[in-house]
Design a binder for this molecule. Structure first.
Ligand SMILES: *Cc1c(COP(=O)(O)O)cnc(C)c1O
Length: 367
């Protein structure tokens, strides 16, 4: 363990380890800076961040929430955790994680209280029409960027979304063990997030931080705070973002080399022209047909790399039994998952010295 992490962990223990510790404030500040957001609130998990975000934008039991069917079951479970029901949105093309403007438009008939967009594996491909459909109808947008902490758009994600959520789970790029972050530019939303997270406390702005003050249960709230030992571990990572970024660029290079070496044709999933930086969680190779995808998964899996199918079969989330009762047909999303192979970039590590030693780190041009 490096000295910086050891010192941060010692500080977290000295401060008592709770989510109110000063060191959590340092982590918040770093995420606010990274995401160019006014408010950054740490939570117990990515799931807790999503629940806080949905609650903050006004989702209540019985409400509908429009959500990309291509998200993982975890996202759907966060919707049902607040007592709401998912309205599944189809993908726009079999090569895109962006939702189709038509399916966004159709969802309005059900009066969704929020739209949950998910840059899966780090890929953002939402079309201006889709965003405009929700904006102009007063539907708040929450982005579940659990798989895209590095995602940067020209305008900044918090300018498009009311709230952006991250996960700091051990399998995500930034790791606290368990943890999450809500990012927003809106004070009233930040207040509601803190209220739900901190036993219903109200907040005050002290210098550069939103602090829970006042009595408990002023409003509804529970304990969704992060453990500051995890926050201390994560703090080092946020201080070394450039090194992390370089590591993910090397892993991605290794992944594309391996995929190319199979001789099976693939193209990368689409990204919007506004994407300045990929989310850096995974790589998605879309093949010409299901058979190619299955062969590609077998060859890549045979090299010891974990592909989506080895842990769980990646499919639209309504295939999960708990979410099946809300299922609507999303044929394009089905095609995408059947024809693609998705892997976490970290599945291509640890790096050996040959890969680490000065290869060309430029990113593969988009097909
Ligand atoms: C991991 C993940 C979650 C859940 O985050 P936790 O920190 O494990 O609660 C939610 N949504 C997406 C897209 C994820 O990848």
């Amino acid at each position: 363990m490096d000295d910086l992490t050891r010192a941060s962990l010692a500080q977290a223990i000295r401060e008592g380890g709770s989510g109110n510790a000063d060191i959590v404030g340092d982590l918040k500040t770093n995420f606010a800076r990274l995401a160019d957001a006014r408010f950054s609130l740490c939570t117990a998990s990515g799931t807790a961040a999503l629940i806080c975000a949905l609650w903050a934008v006004g989702v209540r039991p019985g409400d509908a929430v429009a959500v990309s069917a291509l998200g993982p079951a975890m996202t759907g479970l966060a919707i049902t955790a607040v007592g709401a029901r998912p309205l599944f949105l189809d993908a726009t093309r079999p090569t895109s994680f962006g939702i189709s403007p038509n399916s966004a438009q159709r969802s309005l008939a059900e009066g969704p209280k929020a739209a949950l967009l998910i840059p899966m594996w780090g890929y953002w491909d939402e079309q201006p029409d889709t965003l405009e459909t929700f904006h102009s109808n007063g539907v708040p947008i929450v982005v579940d960027a659990a798989q895209a902490p590095f995602l940067r758009l020209g305008a900044g994600l918090c300018h498009i979304a009311d709230i952006v959520c991250l996960s700091l789970h051990a399998r995500k790029p930034f790791k606290a063990g368990e943890g999450g972050v809500c990012l927003t530019n809106h004070r009233h939303l930040a207040d509601r997030i803190v209220q739900l997270r901190n036993f219903g406390q109200t907040t005050s702005w002290t210098g550069n931080r939103l602090t829970p003050t006042g009595p408990f249960a002023t409003g509804f709230g529970v304990n969704f705070k992060i453990n500051s030992l995890g926050a201390a571990w994560c703090l080092t990572q946020t201080r070394e973002c450039d090194r992390m970024r370089e590591r993910f660029i090397r892993l991605r290079h290794r992944a594309t080399q391996l995929l190319d070496s199979t001789g099976i044709g693939w193209i990368e999933a689409d990204q919007a022209p506004t994407v300045v930086e990929h989310g850096r969680y995974g790589i998605v190779a879309v093949c010409a047909n299901e058979r190619d995808a299955s062969n590609l998964a077998t060859v890549v899996g045979g090299t010891g790399v974990e592909v989506d199918s080895s842990r769980y079969r990646y499919r639209p989330m309504y295939h999960a039994p708990h979410l099946a009762r809300y299922a609507t047909s999303c044929p394009t999303a089905e095609q995408l998952t059947a024809r693609s192979v998705a892997c976490r970039l970290e599945a291509f590590g640890p790096l050996d010295s040959t890969v680490d030693a000065g290869h060309d780190a430029t990113e593969r041009a988009r097909p």
